[in-house]
Design a binder for this molecule. Structure first.
Ligand code: SAM
Length: 257
């Protein structure tokens, strides 16, 4: 990558980070659904060690911490998100149990069999579902749990427009039975999978973006990259409204065997 490209790339990332920093969540989900997923995980104690990979600013991490015992480490690639994550933990008075570190999900620094639970909402796609399940497995104790959300097809056949969009955005998207089979193949007993309700997208992910988009466009007036980025976000939301019968996120929970 040339230096020129690199600096444009970094500039884009800063813009995207800035946009998402103003939002409580950086992906679809909700407190109710985090709590529901947690209800399938047993045996956690104050000594348990939990990792939240691709935690963003920690929207779901703080919910986890309020409803589960144990020490939680949030990991995200972006230092800005981790700064906000830390102030979020302090705001909720969880700073003694919830730590945030900058790091990449493809180079995690946990010990073998250190973790009782690996959590990851809307983030495993960054290295791919199968690769993430496989590479993170050694860090889990036998009998420990993994709980991730992942983009999934709800039907066997889809309209061409949405098929093409996802082929470009994340070719790893697959049907729920195929994802469950991948989880089993990676060495986990599938415990449960369920589809995230529509309000995880509409109310908790897209609605808060509307005001953020207006503020962001004002702040970056005349900046073509920023305008294109917002146009993209709006297009994604329109596609969701049009094709939500065909895709969404599902939670996949498995137990290391
Ligand atoms: N879990 C949060 C949520 O549900 O609100 C954030 C989800 S957001 C869609 C994906 C997150 O993955 C972002 O915070 C992004 O910075 C993080 N991410 C991307 N690549 C990563 C990597 N290689 N290692 C760790 N985090 C990464």
């Amino acid at each position: 990558m040339s230096e020129e490209n690199k600096s444009i790339h970094e500039f884009d990332l800063n813009l995207i980070c800035d946009y998402f920093s103003n939002l409580e969540r950086q992906g679809p989900g909700s407190p109710e659904i985090t709590i529901k997923a947690l209800s399938f995980v047993d045996n956690l104690t104050p000594q348990s060690r939990i990792a939240d990979i691709g935690c963003g600013t920690g929207g779901q991490t703080m919910v986890l911490a309020r409803h589960a015992p144990g020490q939680i480490t949030g990991i995200d690639l972006f230092p800005t998100f981790i700064e906000l994550f830390k102030s979020n933990a302090t705001k909720h008075n969880l700073q003694d149990r919830v730590k945030g570190i900058v790091g990449s999900m493809d180079k995690l620094h946990f010990q073998n069999e250190e973790l009782d639970l690996i959590w990851s909402e809307g983030a495993i796609y960054n290295i791919g579902f199968e690769r993430g399940l496989k590479e993170w497995r050694p860090f889990l104790k036998t009998g420990g749990y993994i709980a991730v959300t992942e983009a999934s097809w709800f039907t066997e056949d889809r309209p061409a427009e949405i098929e093409a969009f996802w082929k470009d955005a994340y070719p790893g998207i697959d049907t729920i039975p195929n994802k469950v089979a991948q989880m089993q193949k990676a060495g986990y007993m599938p415990v449960v999978s369920f589809i995230l309700p529509e309000n995880c997208w509409t109310e908790h992910f897209y609605a808060p973006q509307h005001a953020a988009q207006d503020i962001f466009l004002k702040k970056n007036a005349g900046n073509k990259t920023a305008e294109d980025f917002i146009a993209n976000q709006r297009h994604e939301e329109q596609l969701y409204q049009k094709y939500k019968a065909y895709y969404g996120y599902a939670f996949y929970i498995g137990k290391k065997i």
